[in-house]
Design a protein around this ligand. Structure first.
Ligand code: CO
Length: 193
């Protein structure tokens, strides 16, 4: 089942999401539907608040970045296996240099911006079988995690843009919030029903 993606302006995107426990109903089905929704919209990550569910869960798949021309074989290997489910993630540490990468977000269509974040992070989480893991990621996988993790904290990538760029996108954001935007995937707008 493909969910409608909540657009910028929906208050759920600004709330801190809540942890879940293994008794959370129909979790496997929800995870499956989140992957389906992410693939339908050509995303590389999707957090539960983006489909209107305020829980600490996100899914990722970095395969669209495999074989980018500047990748090393090692990076391609890591990108290929970066298909994951993160439940109740806790950011342990971010380190390394800050690097710029152009981000976008399914909830904020047609807006992109260079965002600086640390190149490496360590995160604890439960996988889809409730195995607890602590892992370190870097490069694009780290970047995808940082973006999705922010969704669980009620943060959006546009918060990290320069104040000039923020001003420049104000009008576009207003259009998105009222549904005045075309996307090739289903969206739900808070202000119009
Ligand atoms: Co996003």
């Amino acid at each position: 089942m493909i969910y409608a993606i909540r657009a910028y302006g929906d208050p759920i995107l600004r709330k801190k999401a809540k942890e879940i426990d293994p008794l959370y109903p129909d979790l496997n089905k929800l995870i499956e539907n989140m992957f389906e929704t992410m693939y339908d919209s050509d995303g590389v990550g999707l957090a539960a608040p983006q489909i209107g569910i305020g829980i600490r869960l996100f899914v990722v798949d970095a395969s669209p970045f495999v074989d980018d021309k500047e990748n090393t074989p090692e990076e391609n290997k890591n990108l290929k296996k970066f298909v994951k489910v993160f439940i109740n993630p806790v950011l342990v540490e971010e380190k390394g240099n800050l690097w710029k990468f152009e981000e976008g977000c399914l909830s904020i269509p047609k807006i992109k911006g260079d965002i600086e974040r640390h190149e490496e992070l360590t995160i604890s989480y439960f996988d889809e079988n409730w195995n607890k893991k602590t892992e370190t990621f870097n490069g694009i996988p780290a970047r995808i995690i940082q973006h999705e993790y922010d969704h669980l904290e009620g943060k959006l990538f546009i918060d990290l843009l320069s104040s000039l760029k923020k001003k420049l996108i104000q009008a576009k954001l207003k259009h998105i919030a009222i549904g005045n935007i075309d996307t090739n995937y289903k969206m739900k707008f808070f202000k119009i029903k």
